[in-house]
Design a protein around this ligand. Sequence first.
Ligand SMILES: N[C@@H](CCOP(=O)(O)O)C(=O)O
Length: 539
Amino acid sequence: MAGVAHGNACKGGSLSECLHVKSLRWKECTLSSPAHLRFSRKCGHGVSRVQATISRTDPNPDVVPSSPDAGKRKHTDSIKDEARRHGLLEPPTTFSAKYVPFSPYTPTDECYSLDEIVYRSRDGKLLDVQHDMEALKKYDSKYWKSLFDSRVGKTTWPFGSGVWSKKEWVLPELDNDDIVSAFEGNSNLFWAERFGKEMLKMNDLWVKHCGISHTGSFKDLGMTVLVSQVNKLMKTNKNLIGVGCASTGDTSAALSAYCAAAGIPAIVFLPANKISIAQLVQPIANGAIVLSLDTDFDGCMRLIRDVTEQVPIYLANSLNSLRLEGQKTAAIEICQQFDWEVPDWVIVPGGNLGNIYAFYKGFVMCKELGLTDRIPRLVCAQAANANPLYLHYKAGWKNFEPVKASPTFASAIQIGDPVSIDRAVYALKNSDGIVEEATEEELMNAAAVADLTGMFTCPHTGVALSALMKLREKNVIGPTDRTVVVSTAHGLKFTQSKIAYHSKEITGMQAKYANPPLEVKADLGSVMDALRSKLSLAL
Ligand SMILES: N[C@@H](CCOP(=O)(O)O)C(=O)O
């Protein structure tokens, strides 16, 4: 069976129509092994260089046609070899992206190639990655939906990743061979049935578990993109000596893991004694250069910016807009998981504030390309101990003032001078957004009560859940509103604070849902007494 759709018959329309016109025999294809197909370069439709996943009977020269394993990967091949044989390692030329100043109200012609090492515009503004939307719009929503849907759950390089399954919208010009991926993304969207019903009288509450990921946080989504681009740059820019970040624990873990996977030196600046042990051990184990500094995150951030200006170390914080291209795929994924229906609300914990903008960007892109018809209202949730955005919102967005962030159990968002403040304000203003805050007691109690319904939440998710509870109480969020809470990290990174909570060791905190273990003598009588005191059983 022919494996290539011939382009000369193509008259436009969606991809499926295009395939239908060109090769009716695709319909007959029911091969055991899905393979990726590069369409004919001659196709007038322009899909010529777009990669799509289609089940096909492949005249693969490397497999014996009569073999029952026809189409399967040879045992000597890696998944990259397989992709190479199918011509999938070269990037398509159809799509492109560049850096532009983040200046949505005053458009400018200033732009930079993604291969340049640049983090700010000429006048010091943040940058944004701008895609050639006209090129993307040449394909209709049906095309993008079926392309993205066809890639979910596969092991085909690199589309098995939830980030790279959206590659055309992320970093289209990168050679797939340069990608450094742990098949991140595709994270669980959990229906919080009991928490929703019993705590909030809600029937459509969801938690997007971005922390169930390679290094245990959503940072993997951005870091696969950034480290892949660095992997490419290092081949041509021999000066680059490594990649560095300041971190409250999750960014450093992700950077270290992806750098280790690629053999690239990672340098991480951490505020001493302000991150969890689980977070600290991650870069140590992955062989990063770990500097534990006697300052807070904002101090580490200032230092890494100074250092990366003086030495050729690539900056991996979300000041670098490449990161947000990966993070925005979580928003696209949410739409996809709801079969391209848009939730009413999405609640995101906020510290350095790159992620709230990344979500906004993902939702806007889905809408602009016709996959969805609106964007959700965004809520950014901050810890009251580190709440510069909340104060700015309450002041009617007048005169942003950084704050000195106080210690919070939500340590990953203990940030007083967020780098992405302008991006966040823009995202919130344009999504009819809201900012909420949570005290230490509120966030710990919210995390604990969610855990009692089967989750295992990090304190930052506790901040978002607490924001939800407040907005629900005020009936800003309605009982039937489809609401997604973004869980940013895995609860297992934060066992120290959870143990302190359940042991009722936190001074001044009413740990409403503490469930300390009972210390019981190992004899039947004592065990029965303990059970009697806990269960209303006639034992
Ligand atoms: N919470 C972050 C802080 C750094 O933010 P980033 O957006 O610049 O990566 C962390 O885990 O380090």
